[in-house]
Write a protein that binds this ligand. Structure first.
Ligand SMILES: [Zn+2]
Length: 139
């Protein structure tokens, strides 16, 4: 790939990242407006163009008050992004995927199973993922 082509690719990834962050913020604002849960107004989003934790399969991660989301998530439908947000917020309360964890998600996003199914169906960075890689999509 030429330097010029690489530069173009980098610019389009940055553009995608910018648009995805705007979408995430809009979805989160909507969740705040629904007022189902005590959500933090300090929460921020960062869309990353590099791998998260060195894993190409990872789509998101909670880091302090910030949710990191891979730019590969930019093709996901709103319900899948909403599920990602709810999932990462639930990790503010508990690290493990315990019963309590899933109750928090349900509280934030009652029909989360739809978003979860769409995420599993549609998220595919470059090549497809096998079932072990699917398990690593989110911590
Ligand atoms: Zn998790």
């Amino acid at each position: 790939m030429s330097a010029r082509a690489r530069q173009k690719l980098r610019e389009s990834r940055e553009e995608e990242a910018y648009i995805l962050r705007k979408r995430l913020i809009a979805i989160y604002d909507q969740m705040l407006a629904e007022g189902r849960f005590e959500l933090s107004r300090d929460l921020d989003f960062q869309v990353v163009t590099k791998e998260i934790d060195g894993k190409k399969t990872r789509v998101a991660k909670l880091k302090g008050n910030k949710i990191l989301v891979s730019v590969n998530g930019s093709t996901l439908p709103t319900s899948a992004l909403k599920y990602i947000i709810a999932h990462e917020i639930a990790h503010k309360f508990t690290k493990k995927h315990s019963d309590r964890f899933w109750r928090v998600i349900e509280n934030l996003y009652p029909s989360y199973k739809r978003g979860q199914a769409l995420l599993n169906e549609r998220y595919s960075p470059s090549s497809g993922l096998d079932s072990d890689q699917r398990k690593q999509m989110m911590q």
